[in-house]
Each structure stands twice: as structure tokens, then as C-alpha cells.
Design a protein around this ligand. Sequence first.
Ligand code: T4K
Length: 395
Amino acid sequence: MARSSQPDPPAFAEPLHVGRPNIGDRDRLMARITQMLDNRWLTNRGPFVREFEAKVADYCDVKHAIAMCNGTVALEIGIRALGLTGEVIVPSFTFVATAHALQWQEITPVFCDVDPVTCTIDPARIEQLITPRTTGIIGVHLWGQACDVDAIEAIATRHRLKVLYDAAHALGCSHRGQVIGGFGDAEVLSFHATKFLNTFEGGAVLTNDDSLAERIRLMQNFGFQGYDNVIDIGTNGKMAEICAVMGLTNFESIDEFMAVNRRNYELYRAGLANIPGLRVRAYDGRERHNRQYVIVDVDAEAAGITRDALVAQLQAENVLCRRYFHPGCHRMEPYRSYFPNAGLLLPVTEALSERIFSLPTGTAVSTSDVARVVDLVQRMTDRARAERSPAARVA
Ligand code: T4K
């Protein structure tokens, strides 16, 4: 139904952000902070970090979870501990941290296109990119959608490559009923403030491989084995106690976070379902999924409005939706300069990154917020299509 003739409601007084943190019970958070201060143990794998690591490992059904200061350092350490060098195959359709974690260590990210349905690295394209310098594959479980882990494993086995998954978005998601965390040689989580479960800043490397876990622990703590004994090069990737305190508290509310995300997602999906040219990305109902990213795909022709115009109009109304992920990493520096023609091999990435955007969700977004956003989108698209109609053009 066209609503553009009715007066527009006022813009959101407060910005409605993508990425507003989910925050668990404040009293329990404060009680833990008090305990932490009483402990006078603030970092270097204190009791809260150890408890958090055990919680993550249990939740993700994996043997080892090594908590880190953030997801990017977790990726860097995971890459180094796996001995990756030379070239690593990675999607361009991801947050730039995935590529930077390689380039930071002078490993060349070789950008691979994604599957148009799953939006994750396309196994059919991986083999074409393997050279004698290739040492590994990094798949990204984008928006919590699992990669085709079986096909990737088969390729990796054939070519003796290591496999690391960037699971920054995927806490609480499953693949064929198996919780994400134990696939490949290792997986990396992010607990950044904007993530489904946050520790302010934070990350983790997950693995079932005992010796890899030991290497990662050494690397994240300067290479120390016991007091005064440094046995290898390392860095400082440790998570602070206060971060683990936040993580443990948020874990207690994780089912509520998931339920709220599911509620918001269903409201968006139903509300936007009848708008021509807009499609809320579907998630496989048979899998567990955190629904932290509500992704809208815009077909500009059918919607009568481009993705960028719609995003700009929403932002002008204080709905701070984001173009996650635009542009592809290959269009960002330094990759744009290094590989100016990379886009020729990335047609799906190029097309997707021009079409998608993400809407605000999480526990800071109420049902009435979602209804207002839906109403705004309806008005904007109605108006755009009316302006494009032949009658409007003649007038
Ligand atoms: N791999 C993947 C696939 C990733 O998506 C990420 C991070 C990583 C690896 C690396 O993990 P970390 O090293 O970050 O642990 C944000 C996050 O900073 C980043 O963690 C995240 N992905 C990425 C998708 O989003 P920006 O540059 O978009 O952040 P910013 O400052 O624009 O904030 C995003 C939105 O969140 C805004 O609408 C504001 C809102 N926000 C943000 C913060 C920090 C809040 O409402 N409250 C807050 O406290 O990267």
C-alpha cells in the first residue's frame, strides 16, 4: 500500500545504530568488577579469563579457546601459529581485518570470489587460485553463515593447505547441526562491542589441536614458557580481566540476545516482504543462528531506488544502517594499488557489495523501532517508485 501521501513521521530523535552493544545484567557485571578489583589481578590470564576461555570452549564444543585482546590480533596470531607464508586465499567480501591480518605479516591475500547464495568463499573458485606459494585458505563465516567447510577441507587436503576460519560473526551459529568453532585447523572469534556477544574488545582462537593451542598461547604472551624463559618470538595478545568479566556476564544473557535478534529479524522480514526489490537475507531455519546482522539486498531497478540512496535517506532520518561490506577489500588500500584488476575475477563480490546493507538490531532496538524503520523504508521506496512512474515523468 502506498503511504507516501500521508505526512512523514519525525526522524528518530536518538540515532538508531547498527552495532549497538548487547549488555547483560548490570548488577552481576558490577559484582564481578568488584571481585576483580578485590583480586588485584587485572590481566595475564587471571581467573576471569580462564573461566571465560572454558565457557567459550564449552559453548563452541571445541577443546581449546585462547582469549585474545581483539579479533584482529587473534587472526594474526592464528595465521602465524599455523605457519602461513607466501599467499593465502581469502574472500574479498569481508571486513578488511581479514585481509589486513595477512598483509600485516607480508603474506599476500589472494582474493577469491564468493558464492552468490551463501556469500561465503566459493570453493569452485579456490583451486584456480592455488600456486606453488599458496600455504592456506581463510574462509569467513560471513554474517554467521557457515562456509562450505566440507568442500574447503577436501581442497585443503588435496593441496596440503592449512585452513583457518574467520568466525568473527558466528558465535552461536551452527553448520549441519554442528556448532561453529571446531572447523578447519582453527577458528577465530571477535568479541568486539558490536558483536553478538561482546567483551568491550576481544577475540579468541579456537582449535582442537593441542600443539597448535600451545604455540598460540606462547605467541600471545611474548613467547614466555614459565618465568624468565622465552622460547620463541611472541607478542602481546592477551585479554584483560575486565573484558572477560563483561564476556562472562553477557554469556548469562546469550539466549535473551538471540531471542531479541530473532524477534527483530522476523519483524523486519515480514515488514519488508512486500516491498518490491527488497529482500531480507534468509537464514537456514534448521541451523542455530545469532541473527546479529539483518542484511537487506536491494534490486535498484525493482525497488525504484539504489541501495546508496536508500541508505543515505535512512541515515538522514537517524537510522544509521551500514553498507556491510562495501567495498570489497580489493577496492581498499593497499590492495587496490597492489591488484588494480582484481575485480575482474570477483564479479559476485562486486555485485553483492553494491546491493546489500545492514539494519539496526540487537537488544537496544525495540519492536516499535523496527516498525518505524519498516514504515520509513516503505515510504522511501513508495516515493521513489512514484517519482519514477511514467505519469510522474510526464508531469
Ligand atoms: N573479521 C570480521 C569478519 C569482522 O567483521 C571483524 C570486525 C574482524 C575480523 C576483526 O575483529 P576485531 O578486531 O574488531 O575484534 C566495526 C567493528 O569495529 C569491527 O569489530 C567489526 N568487525 C565491523 C563489522 O564493525 P566499524 O569500522 O564499522 O566500526 P564503527 O566505529 O563504525 O561502529 C560500528 C557501529 O557500531 C556504529 O553504528 C556505531 C556502533 N557502536 C560502536 C561501538 C564501538 C556502538 O553503538 N557502540 C560502540 O561501543 O567496524
